[in-house]
Design a protein around this ligand. Structure first.
Ligand SMILES: Nc1nc2c(ncn2[C@@H]2O[C@H](COP(=O)(O)OP(=O)(O)OP(=O)(O)O)[C@@H](O)[C@H]2O)c(=O)[nH]1
Ligand SMILES: [Mg+2]
Length: 427
């Protein structure tokens, strides 16, 4: 890269903190202009001072409102703060919707603030690279804090969050399904779990629910930092000081620039392992053999009809054994069916469970003669834990299906390092 290279010129202006050059450099990186890989590497050499804070959560959770509040708090402390809003689902260039919503915030025009949005644009798995280059650029430009807002709980969000030094997962209160969705994967990456909209009913219950869930995980968690649950009401600035303090505390424990050390625990730990190779029939035979040795499966007449790596489908036709005193299917039977599918799916590679955290929700009843089908699928599996979802359907006479129950289960994997640590501690 020579002195006349447009990248070189831009980068030296960015290092001097020149805003217009930052905008141009970010656009060139986003466009993948020729030479962007070399430029990205060069930027990374100048980065490592900024504290990168990732914020993720379901759509409408209150992320942007929270980002705006954090931005205000840090600006008031005299810090320089950059915000990167990433929308992995939007193919529109510039991520206009997200960006504008953030820009409309009251702090967008502050001289120490810089706000920029990115969208997927159909980039082939490149969004986390673009985000990383942008974080390095803003870090090199001298921002103290780089806030990254991203939506949802998919793989690209997990990859983006892996770039952050401190990861904040945002959850609005009172939405059982939302809590389930968060649990199914994204919870594992949270350093801080923020319950937004704490002015709404059910906020306290959601805080309690998530604290209970974390209590089990704590046994298996990393010991230098325990995930905290924090309620905030951002529009009223309630809970913001506490959150700012907790983010600072996390920085003092884990440090800055962790992305530059190849030190991204979540993505490395939680990436899917490749399942062992076997034909579909072999999986089914194995799971059927397991079920044949399972007392409840045999006694209750459960039958395994499909099996694969990390998946299992179990069915039952309801008879007198399954009916409660109301004349409908006993909830415990639905649980047993879902749990059997979960147990078979999670043990399909061999015995793994060291501890289990399972939750079930019922949405409709079933009765005698109904055929129930429980399908378990693996949502993610890493070295220390795996997450499964089971849907239980009732098969209607017209061939349609009606949902009876949904079940989420997390298993903590036997033999993992954290398991050994927990056992040493308890023993
Ligand atoms: N009652 C209440 N409403 C809130 C609070 N925080 C945010 N909201 C509202 O929730 C809605 C969504 O807020 P956003 O901050 O845009 O949420 P988001 O997660 O950024 O949304 P997306 O970027 O679209 O995924 C808005 O109507 C906010 O006004 C809060 O603490 N209490
Ligand atoms: Mg938003």
């Amino acid at each position: 890269m020579g002195a006349n290279d447009p990248w070189q010129t831009l980068i030296s202006r960015v290092l001097a903190g020149e805003r217009r050059s930052i905008a141009r450099l970010l656009s060139r990186l986003d466009d993948r202009a020729p030479g962007f890989e070399v430029a990205a590497r060069l930027l990374a050499e100048h980065a490592g001072r900024a504290h990168v804070v990732g914020i993720t959560g379901v759509p409408g959770a209150g992320k942007s409102t929270l980002v705006n509040a954090l931005l205000g708090a840090w600006l008031a402390q005299g810090r320089k703060v950059a915000v990167i809003a990433v929308d992995p689902s939007s193919p529109i260039h510039g991520g206009a919707v997200l960006g504008d919503r953030v820009r409309m915030g009251e702090h967008g025009a502050h001289p120490n603030a810089y706000i920029r949005s990115f969208s997927a644009r159909g980039a082939l798995g490149g969004l986390s690279h673009a985000t990383r280059a942008a974080a390095d650029c803003l870090d090199a430009a001298g921002f103290d804090k780089v806030l990254v807002e991203t939506v949802g709980a998919g793989q690209s969000e997990t990859d983006i969050m892996a770039l952050a030094d401190t990861r904040v997962v945002v959850c609005p209160p009172g939405l059982g399904d939302e809590v389930q969705a968060i649990k199914a994967g994204i919870l594992e990456i949270a350093d801080l779990l923020v319950i937004t909209k704490s002015d709404l009913p059910h906020a306290d219950a959601t805080v309690r629910d998530l604290k209970d869930m974390l209590a089990l995980r704590r046994r298996f968690g990393q010991r230098d930092w325990n995930t905290r649950v924090m309620p905030v009401h951002a529009p009223a600035s309630k809970g913001i000081d506490e959150l700012v303090a907790a983010i600072e505390e996390h920085r003092s424990v884990r440090g800055c620039g962790t992305r530059l050390n190849g030190n991204a625990p979540s993505s490395a730990d939680e990436s899917r392992t490749t399942p062992p190779d076997a034909a579909a029939d072999d999986w089914l035979n194995r799971l059927q053999a397991l079920a044949a040795r399972d007392g409840p499966c045999v006694t209750l007449g459960f039958e395994v009809i499909e099996g694969g790596a990390g998946s299992a489908t179990v069915t039952v036709t309801l008879d007198d054994r399954h009916i409660n005193f109301f004349g409908s299917c006993h909830g415990g039977i639905v649980f047993a069916l879902a749990d059997s599918a979960f147990g078979l799916a999670s043990n399909s590679y061999g015995p793994i469970a060291a501890a289990i955290d399972a939750h079930i929700a019922f949405s409709s009843a079933a009765g005698k003669g109904d055929r129930l089908v429980a399908r378990a699928v693996e949502l993610r599996r890493g070295r220390t834990l795996a997450v499964y979802r089971v849907d239980v359907h009732k098969m209607r006479d017209d061939g349609g299906e009606e949902i009876v129950s949904t079940f989420t289960g997390t298993v903590f994997i036997r033999g993992s390092k954290s398991d050994a640590a927990a056992e040493t501690k308890s023993g």
